[in-house]
Design a protein around this ligand. Structure first.
Ligand code: LLP
Length: 421
């Protein structure tokens, strides 16, 4: 459920007419709904109320790193799952306690590991023995011990798009499950590490709970083996990955079904479970508002609706062939079939092909739905377009939460060396 609905024939973001947002902030612009973010955060927490111990919830910052979004999550009691020094700095800037921050990622640099130690974050999710050795050295040098989980690759096909699958043996993530026991026990001996747990994340936009369940069962068995050999496991991080509906009417496993499955599989584990949801919180809490530049009719062919948003603003359709529902802000009831495209000079800059849609004309406003996760965060300035603006609504209030970065501001960071004069 979200708060982007038609009222008196016009799309609103909560109580704010979208046309007003376009007038005030220009287009393209991402719109986030505070009420929707909060609702999703609460539904997720509630879905896990049947666990034996209160879980640790860490919002996946990569899905939407906007400071205002992070602040909403912080107020909902979420910590953060970060994958870079930049994300770590954002989570802290948004007021998240360092102890609630988990640092994931396969390529944390020495400088990033040191930053995590200096900020005294809650947990490092190690993705290799090499990383553990390096972290131990840095931590010991600072007289610290780093609380760590070992991310395990369970070799399970998540059944999602190959570019966002992370749990197959040939993916770069985690350590092979057959090597994990001995590696865990070796790392536990390192002076700068406190090995306290395991982590797993097999992919994103999962539409089926079974691969997750299989992965969690494998982690449970691994945990037992480690304990049998004298290792300590007090925390298990079950990652993120829950899919969301991108098309009206599409049914996805609900947070409640997910929570019930987790409670069943992890019964008796005697650990604090940790979660890293991103898309399920932020996905349907955001839309991308765009204006039609013109409609190009090539004789009898399917017309091109050319909008002012492009693949640099919302990369998912170009990158993964993803579907985003597309709706007019002021639908007349008339319909058309169109190719929805942006202005960028690549055929890949296509949001939808042969899409039945509301009839649109030059100057009309429309939205791409389910753009709150992996939207603005994946924007670029390709074709020397600026970085897209972001606003948040709260009831009848609306505020800029990220100003548009203009092409001139980007050019200002560039230099022509004097030897080219
Ligand atoms: N934890 C880890 C270790 C992850 O790698 C990810 C996502 C998450 C948590 C959050 O997963 P979520 O709950 O959002 O599914 N750009 C792609 C998605 C990439 C996801 C990367 N990892 C897309 O637009 O679909």
């Amino acid at each position: 459920m979200d708060h982007f609905e038609l009222r008196n024939g016009e799309l609103h973001a909560e109580d704010v007419p979208m046309a007003r947002i376009a007038d005030e902030f220009g287009t393209p612009v991402y719109i986030y709904s505070r009420a929707t973010l909060e609702r999703h955060a609460r539904v997720f927490r509630e879905a896990l109320s049947g666990l034996e111990k209160p879980p640790h919830l860490a919002f996946a910052v990569k899905s939407n790193p906007n400071l205002a979004v992070l602040r909403v999550m912080q107020r909902e009691g979420f910590g953060a799952d970060v994958v870079s020094g930049g994300e770590l700095a954002r989570a802290l800037a948004a007021g998240m306690p360092a102890s609630d921050i988990v640092f994931s990622g396969v390529g944390k640099t020495g400088a990033e590991l040191a930053m995590g130690l200096d900020k005294q974050i809650g947990q490092f999710n190690l993705e290799s023995e090499e990383e553990g050795i390096e972290l131990s050295e840095i931590a010991a040098g600072k007289g610290q011990t780093a609380a760590c989980a070992l991310r395990v690759n369970p070799d399970i096909d998540a059944g999602t798009h190959e570019k966002i699958s992370t749990g197959k043996a040939d993916n770069k993530f985690g350590v092979p499950i057959d090597l994990a026991v001995s590696m865990y026990l070796r790392l536990a001996e390192m002076p700068g590490l406190e090995m306290r747990g395991l982590a797993v994340h097999i992919g994103s936009q999962l539409s089926d709970l079974r691969p997750l369940e299989q992965a969690f069962e494998k982690i449970g068995a691994l945990m037992q083996q480690i304990r049998n050999q004298g290792g300590t496991v007090t925390h298990v991080d079950l990652g993120g990955g829950l899919g969301v509906p991108y098309r009206a009417g599409e049914v996805m496993p609900s947070p409640a079904e997910y929570g019930a499955m987790v409670a069943r599989v992890t019964k008796g584990w005697d650990v604090t479970l940790m979660f890293e949801p991103g898309r399920v919180i932020a996905g349907n809490a955001g839309v991308l508002l765009t204006r039609v530049v013109r409609v190009k009719r090539n004789g009898n062919r399917v017309p091109f609706v050319i909008v002012d948003a492009a693949m640099n603003d919302l990369a998912r359709p170009a990158l993964y062939g993803s579907w985003h529902d597309f709706d007019a802000v002021a639908p007349t009831g008339d319909r058309m079939v169109a190719n929805i495209v942006g202005p960028i000079c690549e055929t890949g800059d296509t949001f939808a092909t042969d899409r039945p849609t509301d009839a649109l004309e030059r100057g009309d406003l429309a939205i791409f739905r389910t753009a709150g996760a992996y939207g603005a965060t994946m924007a670029s300035s390709y074709n020397s377009r600026g970085f897209v603006a972001e606003v948040m609504v709260d009831g009848d209030k609306v505020a800029s939460v990220a100003d548009r970065i203009l092409p001139a501001e980007i050019t200002a960071a560039e230099r022509v060396p004097e030897w080219l004069d």
